[in-house]
Design a protein around this ligand. Structure first.
Ligand code: HAM
Length: 445
């Protein structure tokens, strides 16, 4: 065996693992369809500048980029949002609004592989474009919740923590932070939960360089603001600031809509969430396992300026991404992954060369009728073939020996209770449909 391993942070999927992935994709797809979203796809390899200009510093450090043989600077996609913004932008004028789109694809980030973080991971993307009001944000947060509930999780199992970059920017302006420094200050806010006090002061000093703001006071004010957990507290902090107070009406709309839809238990106000990606402009959110230390299950928010930046019209947008890695860990821990069952419906046991032609004719007919059918490619004795049928995971064996073929029948054998019954070959398809639905009693005498 050669010793060439997979690259760090990349996974191989043996069929039983791939089946889990397939289940995750199915639940995501069903949830998105229930919300009227349509599926799209884009190239995994893109011009490097699509990401260097649009995704923000953190992701740019993690790009899998290289020069292709034609001398182009290219990168594997670390996320799908810039591609989506470009695609929608190119045709937006002819499209009915709002646009509801989803995609499921593999993304690549050169991160340090660790629990919940890999270099290649699958991600669901759901995005709604063409609606600027909070009804659109509510729709996406609801879909994010339903994507998780679709696996059998409950609203107690996860929290969608909602925050607001608009409110943050206005609050920072009220502290005298110039607009040009606000994004850098939010970068410090992003680290409030994890950062050591000394590092935070240092980072805040750098973020406020050239301004008249005091780093320690700004940091303390940011901490107070980030600790807000209710609309009442927010209203107090916003008192006297007309723009902030007006923004709270949108918060009321957002939270009210989500409560009416029945998602009151899984959402929470949490202003520590600011999101690392540069393009977010308004409400932002992240979903986490309740009480766990694990990394985010999903993250998203509003990005009203991105489509225009990529050459399209001025089109408001909101969306989220949900990864397969942390989700799978959570579903495993909660025992919510379905048992793996991928065997055929029927294993056809061909006993002897004389029976082969008749057996293969029926194999082909059954497959055309939609059944999953395997048969022994090589001749073998009854005992060995019965063993083969069980190993394949079949529910039933269909026995074709010289005797059965001469009588024009197939012997159906249950591999669970070993009962047997003969069916005329001319009736095989309807008889086996009945067996699949009702079990052996459909054909037992
Ligand atoms: P993001 O927060 O970078 O957002 O990623 C969203 C989710 O993808 C994360 O919460 C996590 O579940 C998963 N994820 C991200 N990086 C990794 C990794 N290295 N390994 C495993 N899972 C990972 C975005 O990507 C935005 N483009 C989402 C979006 C769509 N915003 C608007 N529309």
């Amino acid at each position: 065996m050669s010793d060439i391993r997979t690259l760090p942070g990349f996974r191989e999927f043996y069929p039983e693992d791939r089946a889990v992935l397939g289940h995750i994709f199915d639940v995501w797809r069903q949830a998105c369809r229930r919300y009227g979203f349509r599926e799209w796809e884009s190239p995994v390899l893109e011009p490097l500048e699509l990401f260097t200009e649009k995704s923000g510093e953190e992701i740019v450090r993690q790009l899998f980029n290289f020069e292709d043989k034609g001398g182009r600077q290219v990168s594997l996609r670390p996320e799908m949002t810039p591609s989506l913004a470009r695609m929608v932008g190119a045709r937006a004028n002819g499209m009915a609004k709002p646009i509801r789109w989803f995609a499921i694809g593999e993304n690549y980030r050169y991160e340090k592989p660790q629990k919940g973080r890999l270099r290649a991971f699958y991600q669901l993307n759901a995005d709604l474009l063409g609606e600027a009001g909070p009804a659109a944000d509510a729709e996406l947060i609801a879909l994010c919740a339903d994507c998780l509930l679709g696996f059998g999780l409950t609203q107690q199992d996860f929290r969608i923590r909602i925050s607001d970059r608009t409110l943050w920017f206005r609050y920072l302006a009220s502290l005298g932070v110039p607009e040009a420094n606000a994004t850098a200050v939010l970068g410090v806010v992003d680290k409030l939960e994890r950062g050591a006090p000394k590092d935070l002061i240092e980072a805040m000093t750098a973020a406020l360089a050239g301004t008249a703001c005091d780093p320690e006071k700004t940091l303390a004010a940011a901490r107070t603001f980030a600790a807000t957990r209710s609309l009442e507290e927010l209203a107090q902090l916003a008192a006297g600031d007309a723009a902030m107070t007006a923004r709270l009406d949108e918060w009321n709309h957002l939270l009210g809509t989500l409560k009416s839809m029945g998602f009151g238990e899984c959402i929470a106000i949490d202003l520590t969430i600011v999101r690392g990606l540069a393009y977010y402009t308004g409400f932002v959110f992240e979903a986490f396992e309740t009480g766990g230390e694990a990394r985010a299950l999903a993250g998203g928010g509003r990005y009203d300026a991105l489509v225009k930046k990529l050459g399209g019209p001025d089109l408001p947008a909101v969306g989220f991404g949900m990864g397969d890695v942390t989700l799978r860990d959570l579903l495993e821990a909660k025992k919510l992954l379905p048992a793996y069952a991928d065997g055929p419906d029927f294993f056809v046991m061909v006993l002897g060369a004389d029976a082969r032609a008749a057996a293969l004719e029926d194999v082909a007919n059954l497959r055309r009728a939609g059944f999953r059918v395997e048969y022994n490619l090589r001749d073998g004795k009854f005992g060995k073939l019965a063993q083969q049928a069980e190993t394949a995971g079949a529910k039933y064996a269909l026995v074709y020996g010289g005797e059965e073929v001469a009588k024009g029948v197939t012997k159906v054998r249950s591999l669970t209770d070993r009962t047997e019954a003969e069916v005329p070959r001319t009736d095989l398809v309807p008889a086996l449909r009945a067996v699949m639905e009702e079990g052996m009693r459909a054909i037992l005498p």
